[in-house]
Design a protein around this ligand. Structure first.
Ligand code: ARG
Length: 460
């Protein structure tokens, strides 16, 4: 009988095949092997320095952990499913490498505080990578905004032509959204950055451990205050997954716009060949697959957040094995988000803007009707509601004649409102329309250029 080496003492039989299969997490948690080694190094050093174990044993353990770290690096580390998870795999390997001293590493520690520590460290690294990815995407968008501060496109509400805007202004809208995403990830990171290590199984330990020391070594701001909380909550992962859902939604909206803009009907932008795919049957096709996949990955990210939340709800304190299922969704959400950020940055960087098509579209759909109404208010002192009504009548007239607003003759205009003068035509061009939107946060090229330099300074 091959009893479990880690806890076989009170067992009469080894786990059945199905028990092993449902229990093992090594295929998933091997992803934070590096963090597991870091946690063990900090713990071993602390055990040595506090005299809980001898300095010689601590040194042996640290040596062994170094060997394991290089085995992880060069791919020679033997991951074995019979050792269940990354923690037991590392300990088993350490025993093979250094013998009996390995058995002292787990003094004053449990896999419960160990896994909470590893996962926090992993999520912290993931947040840092996501923040870097978001900043790169912001930079790409700001670069486009700088090039297109004056490029006019139709602005939409309800995907109906609303008012002309500048493409630069549109790009900067996403820069703002991604900034708030960064705020959410940074917030999560701040709350996450406390050390569970030393909570042991759930109650703390009778050994004179130094939790401040291990927290500091691992770059945490402080030890967590409550041992039960430390081993049993996963809100740091939930916050991160939820920040990811909002970020993925932002990416998905931008992806959707790219898909629409690339269509022959819009033809506002073009992606380069190396960022599109062809069709196996239709030779003319250039499909924006990357944008479509970014749009789709939102579903996986949302699913991860819901999976995690559902898994946690109803768990009594402290640790339950349910919590082993916390990693896969978080890994998948982070992978999806990182890939999406990189692909989106590549597309934004390489996007060619068809200014002419945008300009033609911007002038369609009576996009300067609001400018006309505003002129009636400003020059003729009409109440806005009346001006809205008068403009509506003029739009209906132009529509009946099949012409644009600025193609109506002055006589046409005066047939609706006799006080209208030649001056009205000055506000009917899309150029003058965007130029006039100078209010703070508006689309006027001068405001866009100010915002471009604001962001350039901030992203430096
Ligand atoms: N593999 C486990 C997990 O990921 C580690 C903690 C196991 N703790 C326990 N009491 N069985 O959750």
């Amino acid at each position: 009988m091959n009893k479990n080496k880690m806890w076989g003492g009170r067992f009469g039989a080894s786990p059945s095949e199905i028990m092993q299969e449902i229990n093992a997490s090594i295929d998933t948690d091997r992803r934070f092997a590096a963090q597991d080694i870091d946690g063990s190094r900090a713990h071993a050093r602390m055990l040595g320095e506090t005299g809980i174990i001898s300095r010689e044993d601590a040194a042996k353990i640290l040596d062994g952990l170094n060997t394991i770290a290089s085995e992880l690096d060069d791919g020679s580390f033997p991951y074995r499913v019979e050792f269940e998870d990354i923690h037991l795999n590392v300990e088993a390997r350490l025993t093979e490498l250094i013998g009996a001293a390995a058995g002292r590493l787990h003094t004053g520690r449990s896999r419960n505080d160990q896994v909470a520590t590893d996962f926090r460290l992993w999520v912290r690294d993931a947040i840092d990578r996501v923040l870097t990815g978001l900043a790169a995407l912001q930079t790409a968008l700001v670069d486009q905004a700088e090039n297109h501060a004056e490029t006019i496109m139709p602005g939409f509400t309800h995907l109906q032509t609303a008012q002309p805007v500048t493409f630069g202004h549109h790009c900067l809208a996403y820069v703002e959204m991604f900034e708030r995403d960064m705020g959410r990830f940074s917030d999560a990171r701040r709350r996450l950055n406390e050390s569970p290590l030393g909570a042991a199984a759930l109650a703390g330990t009778s050994f004179p451990i130094d939790r401040d020391m291990t927290a500091k070594t691992l770059g945490f701001d402080a030890p967590m205050r409550n041992s039960l909380d430390a081993v049993s909550d996963r809100d740091f992962a939930l916050e991160t997954a939820n920040a990811a859902t909002i970020c993925a939604a932002h990416l998905s909206r931008l992806a959707e716009e790219i898909v629409v803009w690339c269509s022959a009907q819009f033809a506002f932008v073009q992606l380069p060949d190396d960022l599109t795919t062809g069709s196996s049957i239709m030779p003319q096709k250039r499909n924006p697959d990357a944008a479509e996949l970014i749009r789709a990955k939102t579903g996986r990210v949302n699913g991860a957040a819901i999976a995690l939340l559902t898994m946690m709800k109803g768990l009594p304190l402290a640790y339950s094995k349910d919590m082993q299922e916390d990693k896969q969704p978080v890994f998948d959400a982070v992978d999806s988000l990182e890939l999406s950020l990189t692909a989106m940055t590549a597309m934004i960087t390489a996007l060619t803007v068809h200014k002419d098509n945008m300009a033609v579209a911007a002038a369609q759909g009576f996009s300067t009707a609001t400018d006309l109404a505003d002129w009636l208010v400003r020059v003729l002192k009409m109440p806005f509601r009346d001006a809205h009504h008068t403009t509506g009548t003029l739009v209906a007239l132009a529509e009946k004649k099949g012409i644009a607003l600025d193609a109506l003759t002055l006589q046409d205009m005066q047939s609706v409102e006799k006080r209208i003068t030649e001056d009205v035509y000055s506000v009917l061009s899309v150029e003058n329309s965007v130029k006039s939107r100078v209010s703070a946060g508006g689309t006027a090229p001068e405001r866009v250029r100010e915002m471009v330099s604001f962001w350039q300074n901030r992203l430096k």
